[in-house]
Design a protein around this ligand. Structure first.
Ligand SMILES: [Zn+2]
Length: 589
């Protein structure tokens, strides 16, 4: 966030009232000192989403989401920090000075030109389709034949590129886009012989591809006759379009995906379009066979549950299945559907209807079962060799799970299905490189986190509520007094901020943490704050005492351990020194 001056962030936080801003998204009801609503981040019937105007923060007791006004806009609109800040600043009339480096601004302007050219081209193609000019009536006829309704074509901005070499070129020229810029956008192709360029897309139905922020990044162009040499021609890679980085239709389906908490991934434009048109909205198209890491990460911002839906053909089935291991590595829940009768989603929905489609999605196989079925068809489970092949394939998938319990469960299942011993499978699993390590470490760390140090959390909560207490607490404690992994960094930040900033407040504090875990932790503490009737000075003293005592106890435990070790080692000198420190510590408590 270095590029935007802190001063601007403060201004935004000061001027954009959280209650007013969130009211533009949700209807808030006053409840005591707070405002309440049903949480936009999880499904609920009774409101557990709380907005606190005093502290300018929000928190959901249901799902733990929370933060300040900027975090709300980020989480709600699924945009990054600078974008959310700009959006809020614009609303509040705050001007953000641009401080990009020279090189940065140059690539930015190329990207912007490409976006602009794409946008213009998309409009051009779309308008031609709507008016039916320049031979677009055949495209209209084609779409109608494939069951695409006009309102769907409008929603997806489907268009038509007329036949001819310079239709788009002359249109873009009239909009003052240079040939060089058109070439950068991949919209034109340079002539092989002689000079000049011609339109890349001709006499084809155009599917513009939009990114998640609804900017046009590229195009897919489909031939209308079934025996065309190339069914699809796509945009080449450009400064804004890298293959495998986008998901077709996601800008339209992302909210439905978040709401349903799963997404169906299909392959092609029409496989997306047909179910979507019939009201199945939590769907995207990968525009390729396997999902890339970038696409997975994009999806993950909305859900961790993916249902993969492939055309039923056998080609490359196993290769595709291996690519699904990537999803497991990313911690995604994967299920797989292959549609009855080996149909693609488009023809399936048109033939059997959307309800039947929904049914098939709902009874998707787990990746384990699906892969097991594919392998059982391929290899003979009864032979030794078949068992070895199947177990090797299955173990390579099982190995990818990060959770040991899940791994063991699958090994058990596999042993049953193949009629071999679990032990043998576990030995084989152990042979696979990169298999399980550091599991104990993780468990230990978690246990430590969960041992809640009540006094530390309570003191932090008190400080967040009673900001005027910060200097007096600061005088009495030191950072090392805090042992709670979650509390300590926050206290550290409060101390830093209170030294450098005069107008410290919680909303600003939240901004300094870019991990959601901490942000939600802070908002959670704040929202559950209830010191109203208690004497806060007494509480403060009590918490500080307990924290100090806790620290001494820990130090003592450490020392005891070290003393034991020195005794065991027969290190007398060290033993004397340790005992001296220990006695000092005893005097202090
Ligand atoms: Zn919630």
């Amino acid at each position: 966030m270095g590029l935007i001056p802190d001063e601007i962030i403060s201004q935004v936080l000061d001027r954009c009232d959280i209650v007013e801003t969130i009211s533009e998204y949700l209807s808030l009801k006053k409840a005591g000192r707070n405002f309440k609503a049903c949480c936009p981040f999880h499904h609920e019937k009774t409101p557990s989403f709380v907005v606190n105007r005093d502290k300018q923060i929000f928190h959901c007791f249901g799902c733990g989401a929370g933060g300040n006004v900027i975090s709300f806009v980020m989480q709600h609109d699924r945009i990054d920090f600078p974008t959310a800040l700009r959006q809020l600043a614009q609303r509040a009339g705050i001007i953000i000075p641009e401080t990009h480096s020279e090189a940065g601004s140059k690539t930015k302007s190329i990207r912007e030109t490409v976006f602009k050219s794409n946008e213009l081209a998309a409009d051009f193609f779309h308008n031609i389709l709507l008016t039916g000019d320049k031979g677009a009536d055949q495209a209209k006829e084609y779409l109608k034949k494939r069951g695409v309704r006009l309102e769907t074509a409008q929603k997806l901005k489907i268009g038509f590129a007329p036949d001819g070499w310079e239709n788009l070129i002359s249109f873009l020229r009239s909009k003052e886009i240079s040939l060089l810029e058109m070439e950068k956008s991949g919209l034109v192709v340079s002539k092989e012989r002689g000079e000049g360029f011609y339109d890349r897309f001709r006499n084809r139905v155009i599917f513009p591809i939009f990114d998640i922020r609804c900017r046009c990044v590229g195009f897919g162009a489909r031939a209308m006759e079934e025996n065309a040499t190339a069914k699809y021609i796509n945009s080449p890679e450009t400064p804004v379009y890298v293959k495998g980085e986008h998901l077709y239709g996601f800008y339209l389906s992302k909210n439905a995906v978040a709401k349903e908490d799963y997404v169906v991934v299909v392959e092609g434009y029409m496989d997306f379009l047909t179910p979507f048109q019939e009201g199945f909205e939590n769907i995207v198209a990968s525009l390729g066979t396997a999902l890339t890491t970038e696409q997975i990460r994009l999806i993950r911002r909305y859900t961790e549950n993916i249902v993969m839906l492939f055309d039923g053909d056998d080609a490359g089935e196993l290769a595709m299945l291996r690519s699904l291991d990537l999803l497991i590595e990313e911690g995604i829940n994967v299920k797989v559907v292959s549609l009855e009768g080996k149909k693609d989603p488009d023809s399936f929905v048109r033939e059997f209807g959307i309800e039947k489609f929904r049914e098939q999605v709902l009874c998707a196989d787990t990746l384990f079962d699906y892969k097991m079925n594919v392998l059982s068809r391929r290899y003979d489970k009864q032979t030794v060799e078949g068992k070895a092949r199947i177990s090797a394939e299955m173990l390579s998938t099982i190995q990818k799970f990060k959770n040991e319990v899940i791994k063991q469960e699958y090994v058990k299942k596999l042993a049953q299905r193949l009629g071999v011993s679990q032990n043998a499978l576990l030995i084989e699993l152990g042979k696979i490189k990169g298999s399980s390590s550091g599991e104990i470490e993780v468990v230990k760390k978690k246990a430590q986190k969960e041992s809640i140090r009540g006094a530390e959390r309570n003191l932090l909560r008190l400080l967040l509520e009673q900001e005027h207490m910060i200097p007096s607490v600061l005088a009495e404690v030191e950072i090392d007094d805090f042992q709670d992994d979650q509390v300590r960094p926050i206290i550290e930040q409060i101390f830093d901020l209170s030294k450098t900033q005069k107008d410290f407040n919680v909303a600003k504090l939240v901004h300094f943490f870019d991990d959601q875990e901490t942000t939600h932790f802070i908002s959670g503490l704040m929202a559950s704050s209830d010191f109203e009737s208690a004497d806060k000075e007494v509480l403060k003293k009590d918490y500080i005492n307990r924290i100090k005592n806790d620290r001494v106890k820990t130090q003592r435990k450490d020392l005891c351990f070290q003393i034991q070790q020195a005794e065991a080692d027969g290190d007398h000198q060290r033993l004397e020194e340790l005992k001296r420190v220990f006695n000092q510590l005893m005097k202090r408590s």
